[in-house]
Ligand binder design. Structure first.
Ligand code: GLU
Length: 513
C-alpha cells in the first residue's frame, strides 16, 4: 500500500456510549482485514488494536465496554492489543491515560500552539446567542487567545477554572490525502479553536485521539466518513506536536433502505440485535464486508478466510452502501443451509431451543444423547431456516413428546369427509404394526399400498398422517419426518389424532342438532 515494508498498525476505537452499531462493526472489520489480511499478504507486520475512548463522562454508559468486547469476539475479530489483553502501548482505555493528555496539552501551551481559556460557560452562551442573532454560525470568538501573560498568571493564581484551546491557524489551508477519497482541502478560517482539555482536566476526543494514535504508533486511521470534518483539526494537531500524521482512510456511510443514515427507526442497527435475532456472525461479516468493499462484480460469498485472503483497502468505495435487510437474511439462510457444517449448525441452534425450553443447554455437545436426534431434525429443516431464532418454531414437533394443540379440522383433506379420514388414520395406525418408521422406504411402500387398499390417492392418505404426526399441514418429506419423530411418537400422535377427530365429529354433530 503506502511504503511497502512498513508495519501496519490500525485501531478500532469505539466510545462506550451504547451498543455497537453495524457501521462500527463494519469499520472494525475493515481495520482487522487490513491488518490481519492485506498487510500480512504484502509481507508486512499487521496489528489490530482495540482502544476504548471513554473520556466523555457524560455519554458513558456502564457496561457498554464489556458489551463491545463481547460482540466483537462473537463477530469473530481478534485484537492484538486492547483493554483486556494489554500490550506494549497500554493502557488501552483512555480514562486511564488522563495524565498523558494533560501533559501533552501543557506541551502545546508551552509551545504557544494552545492557550488557556478562562471564559465561563455563561459568557460562551452569550457569545453564541449573539452570533445566532446575527445569523452567524455559533463558535468561540477567540476571546482568550491573546490574553497577556500577566493576566493568565493572575487568573491561574486566583484558581480560575480554565480549558485549554488549540490555536488554529487563522488563514491558509489544511490539506490531507484520504486513501479512499483523494485530496481533501479545508480553509483554516473555517476551523475553530477547539477545546483540547476541559476545565475538569479531561481531554476532548480530538486531543486524546491524536495523542493516542501517535503514541500507539498507528499507521492508518480507518474510520467512518462522519469523522472527515475532524481530520483537518487532527492534521493541525499533529503538526503542532511536530509529528507525522498517520494515513487517513474514511469508510463510506451506510444508508437506510429508504435513504438517509441507517438508524433505529429503520429497524435493527446494533450488532447484538442481529446476534440475538439468530444471525450468524459469518453471514453478518460477509454481508457487512460487501457494504463498501467488493472483490469483483459478481462474487458474493466470502467466508472469513476468503475475506482475509482478498480484502484490499484500494477496493473500498467512497460511495455509500445501502443496508438491505432482505439481502442480509438471504446471506444468513445461505450460510445456514449451505455453508455451516451440520454439527456446527446443530450446536448453534441449541441456545435458542434451550431458551424456548425445548432442549437443555448441554444438548449442543455431540456426546449428549439429545444431540444426534436434534441433528437429524436440523438436517430436515435447515433449508427453511432463515435465522437461528426460527429454530424453536420449526423444530418443536421433533423435540416435544406432545404436539402443540392444533385444529382437528386440519386433519380432513379436501374432497374427504370426517368418517373417511378417521378410517384412513385408524388404518394407518394399524399399518405401523407391520412396519417401523426408521425404515423410510418400507414405510413409504406400506402406506402407498394402504392408500390403494383404501381407494385413496396417496396424497389423501399422507395429508392427515402429516397433520397427525406434526400438527401442521407443511413439513419436510413425510417419511423422513416420521423417521426422525420415531415409531413410538408417530403411533401415539396417530392415536391422539383419531381421538381428536372423533371428538370433533361429536361436536359437529351436536352443533348441527
Ligand atoms: N471514538 C470515536 C467513535 O466513537 C472514534 C473515532 C475515530 O476512529 O477516530 O467512533
Amino acid at each position: 500500500m503506502t511504503d511497502s515494508a512498513s508495519p501496519v498498525r490500525v485501531r478500532f476505537s469505539p466510545s462506550p456510549t451504547g451498543s455497537l452499531h453495524v457501521g462500527g462493526g463494519r469499520t472494525a472489520l475493515f481495520n482487522w482485514l487490513f491488518a490481519h489480511g492485506q498487510a500480512k499478504r504484502e509481507g508486512r507486520d499487521g496489528a489490530f488494536l482495540l482502544r476504548i475512548e471513554d473520556t466523555d463522562q457524560k455519554r458513558f454508559v456502564p457496561g457498554a465496554t464489556e458489551g463491545i468486547l463481547d460482540i466483537l469476539a462473537w463477530f469473530g475479530l481478534t485484537w492484538d492489543e486492547g483493554p483486556d489483553r494489554g500490550g506494549p502501548y497500554g493502557p488501552y482505555v483512555q480514562s486511564e491515560r488522563t495524565e498523558i493528555y494533560r501533559e501533552h496539552a501543557e506541551r502545546l501551551v508551552a509551545a504557544n500552539r494552545a492557550y488557556r481559556c478562562f471564559c465561563p460557560p455563561e459568557r460562551l452562551e452569550r457569545v453564541r446567542e449573539a452570533q445566532r442573532a446575527r445569523g452567524e454560525a455559533p463558535g468561540y470568538d477567540r476571546h482568550c487567545r491573546e490574553l497577556a501573560a500577566a493576566a493568565v498568571d493572575a487568573n491561574l493564581a486566583a484558581g480560575m477554572p480554565h480549558a485549554v484551546r488549540f490555536k488554529m491557524p487563522l488563514d491558509g489551508e489544511t490539506r490531507f490525502t484520504d486513501l479512499i477519497r483523494g485530496e481533501i482541502v479545508y480553509q483554516n478560517a473555517n476551523l475553530e479553536d477547539l477545546i483540547l482539555l476541559k476545565s475538569d482536566g479531561y481531554p476532548t476526543y480530538h486531543l486524546a485521539n491524536v495523542v493516542d494514535d501517535h503514541l500507539m504508533a498507528i499507521s492508518h486511521i480507518m474510520r467512518g466518513e462522519e469523522w472527515i470534518p475532524t481530520a483537518p483539526v487532527h492534521v493541525r494537531l499533529y503538526d503542532a506536536f511536530g509529528w507525522a500524521p498517520p494515513v487517513f482512510a474514511h469508510m463510506p456511510l451506510i444508508l437506510a433502505p429508504t435513504g438517509g443514515k441507517l438508524s433505529k427507526r429503520h429497524g435493527s442497527t446494533a450488532m447484538e440485535e442481529f446476534r440475538d435475532q439468530g444471525y450468524l456472525p459469518e453471514a453478518l461479516m460477509n454481508y457487512l464486508a460487501l457494504l463498501g468493499w467488493s472483490y469483483d462484480a459478481t462474487t458474493e460469498i466470502f467466508a472469513r478466510d476468503d475475506l482475509l485472503a482478498k480484502f484490499a483497502l484500494e477496493r473500498v468505495s467512497p460511495s455509500p452502501g445501502t443496508f438491505n435487510y432482505d439481502k442480509l437474511r438471504w446471506f444468513n439462510q445461505h450460510y445456514i443451509n449451505h455453508i455451516l457444517r451440520l454439527d456446527d449448525l446443530t450446536a448453534r441452534v441449541v441456545p435458542f431451543l434451550a431458551d424456548a425450553g425445548l432442549v437443555t443447554a448441554g444438548a449442543g455437545d455431540p456426546a449428549h444423547p439429545a444431540f444426534a436426534p436434534l441433528r437429524s431434525a436440523v438436517a430436515l429443516l435447515k433449508d427453511r431456516m432463515t435465522t437461528l431464532a426460527e429454530a424453536p418454531d420449526l423444530l418443536s414437533y421433533f423435540l416435544r413428546d406432545e404436539l402443540d394443540p392444533y385444529d382437528p379440522a386440519l386433519l380432513i383433506p379436501k374432497k374427504m369427509d370426517l368418517e373417511e379420514t378417521l378410517d384412513a388414520l385408524v388404518a394407518a395406525e394399524r399399518a405401523l404394526d407391520d412396519v417401523d418408521v426408521s425404515d423410510e422406504a418400507a414405510t413409504e411402500a406400506r402406506l402407498r399400498a394402504l392408500a390403494e387398499e383404501l381407494g385413496l390417492k396417496a396424497g389423501q392418505l399422507f395429508m392427515p398422517i402429516r397433520v397427525a404426526v406434526t400438527g401442521r399441514t407443511q413439513s419436510p418429506g413425510l417419511f423422513e419426518t416420521m423417521r426422525v419423530i420415531g415409531q413410538e411418537r408417530c403411533r401415539a400422535r396417530l392415536a391422539v389424532a383419531i381421538d381428536l377427530l372423533r371428538a370433533h365429529g361429536d361436536e359437529t354433530l351436536t352443533a348441527d342438532d
